[in-house]
Design a protein around this ligand. Structure first.
Ligand code: FES
Length: 117
């Protein structure tokens, strides 16, 4: 069975907007990697929840609709992320759902790789 595709837009640090097609069931990190989205340093730990470089910022209304609350591990890692917002999450921890079609997320202006501390 072919997985459904949705569109996801990443707003980069330079303000470029990159719209990609991504598979439902993939994470935001997968979506960025599979589409060669040009975000330097993004997803450095490959989704193993140890870097915080996959930090993305949601619009409030999208954030409120996210299916899962962050785990304690994600919260700890988010605390180390650069430019933390109320609507910040880690892209490797969020699975795309059909209702996210057309979603726009922002990548913070800088990365802080928690592994470099
Ligand atoms: Fe490293 Fe998400 S890719 S925490």
């Amino acid at each position: 069975l072919q997985k459904k595709m949705i569109s996801v837009t990443f707003i980069s640090r330079d303000g470029d907007s990159m719209k990609v097609n991504a598979k439902v069931g993939d994470t935001f990190l997968d979506a960025a990697i599979n589409n060669d989205v040009d975000l330097e340093g993004f997803g450095a730990c490959e989704g193993t929840l140890s870097c915080s470089t996959c930090h993305i910022i949601f619009k409030q209304e999208d954030f409120d609709k996210l299916p899962d609350k962050p785990s304690d591990e994600e919260m700890d890692m988010l605390d180390l992320a650069y430019g933390l917002c109320d609507t910040s999450r880690l892209g490797c921890q969020i699975t795309l759902t059909e209702s996210m079609d057309g979603i726009v997320v922002t990548v913070p202006a800088q990365v802080a790789d928690a592994r470099n501390r």
